[in-house]
Design a protein around this ligand. Structure first.
Ligand code: FAD
Length: 337
């Protein structure tokens, strides 16, 4: 059922930077709610690469995407942050001190300030234009993310795409799949030399077959069960690859979606902010993480964490204009809650 909530800070998104913003809000005794279009928290880390190690999170020499999100959840657990999941924010109206957000599901949130931590926006995979695609997506015969490698054990898989994701997953899945067809519309793959030589090893070993230069043409099967993937060259030569799974890696489409309609200045699917506060062109609306831009911006999780802290400190003055914020270390005040 649709929910109506009143809080200090509405956080749009529940990716890694949003989760850490919830922590910073909690430390400053600001109430908040996390709202995400996806059914679970974790943004790109959880949806796109839960089993891939990240190497540049400070103090973690290596941590998998999913494990990072679990750790962020553990860090905010004391604050019992409410969340609206599977609930895309469609409208944002009002002004500094009094905003109203509504979601596609009919939830409403009233908040004194807003943090947009929407990453790549309403991100989704670029889907190949193939007839009947939806029925194969619904059964998992066509997927765009590898959540659990073990799910692909013994499968015959067409991996499509010429970039790093396609190459990395072809290599990784070749250890569990029965067969990998690596499909690319050009002769050459774009990848690190080390990756390309490991691909060659798997080709020699008969685990990977390169299918180049071909592109996807049609899916054959019934009731969402795939039997062959038809591919063609530019000259119209066709091949039928026996496969039960297709994994297209054609990149992410990034689109601010409804955020572009909220009256904020935007630039190329990002929201320009004042670096010292992360405030957007609209007073009281802040942007952090991948969606935020300023000179020197790095689209890295570690930078999003720092932005979360700065935005929360700036917002304290909106929520509690009468109380000066004393800067305190977490070591001296502990975690309230
Ligand atoms: P996201 O993780 O993109 O989360 C944004 C969330 O907002 C999403 O869940 C989305 O559903 C939600 N949302 C958007 N619009 C709305 C709306 N209108 N209403 C409700 N919800 C909405 N970074 C590193 O620092 N190191 C790495 O090694 C690294 N490796 C990567 C490897 C891969 C394969 C990929 C894809 C990314 C990698 N990144 C890495 C980038 C990193 O994942 C991003 O920088 C990070 O996820 C950004 O976090 P975020 O919270 O800003 O946004």
């Amino acid at each position: 059922a649709p929910t109506a909530l009143t809080t200090d800070v509405a956080i749009v998104g529940a990716g890694p930077t949003a989760l850490f913003a919830a922590f910073e809000c909690g430390m400053l005794k600001l109430g908040c709610v996390l709202i995400d279009a996806l059914d679970s928290v974790g943004g790109q880390c959880a949806a796109l690469y839960p089993e891939k190690p990240i190497y540049d999170i400070p103090a973690h020499p290596s941590i998998e995407g999913g494990a990072l999100i679990d750790a962020l959840e553990a860090q905010i657990a004391p604050f019992d942050v409410p969340r609206l999941l599977g609930s895309r924010v469609e409208t944002l109206t009002g002004h500094r001190g009094d905003f109203t957000l509504t979601t596609a599901r009919g939830d409403t949130v009233n908040a004194k300030a807003v943090i947009i931590a929407a990453g790549a926006g309403a991100f989704g995979p670029n889907r190949p234009p193939l007839e009947g695609l939806e029925s194969y997506e619904s059964t998992g015969a066509v997927q765009y993310y590898v959540k659990k490698r073990a799910d692909f054990t013994g499968k015959s898989i067409v991996v499509a795409g010429g970039g790093d994701s396609a190459l990395d997953w072809a290599l990784s899945l070749s250890e569990v799949a029965s067969k990998i067809y690596l499909l690319h519309r050009r002769d050459r793959f774009r990848g690190a030399p080390e990756t390309l030589s490991r691909i060659e090893e798997q080709v020699q070993a008969g685990k990977i077959e390169k299918v180049v230069p071909y592109q996807l043409h049609a899916l054959h099967g019934a009731d969402g069960v795939l039997s062959t993937v038809e591919v063609t060259t530019l000259e119209g030569e066709s091949r039928h690859l026996e496969a039960d799974t297709l994994l297209p890696f054609y990149g992410l489409s990034t689109d601010l979606g409804p955020i572009a309609l909220w009256g904020l200045d935007t630039h190329r699917n990002t929201v320009p902010v004042t670096p010292a506060t992360l405030e957007s062109s609209t007073p009281g609306i802040f942007a952090i993480g991948d969606v935020a831009t300023y000179p020197g911006k790095l689209k890295l999780i570690l930078q999003g964490f720092s932005e979360a802290a700065m935005a929360a400190h700036a917002i304290h003055g909106i929520v509690h204009p009468e109380t000066a914020l004393h800067f305190e270390y977490s070591t001296s005040k502990g975690v309230p809650g």
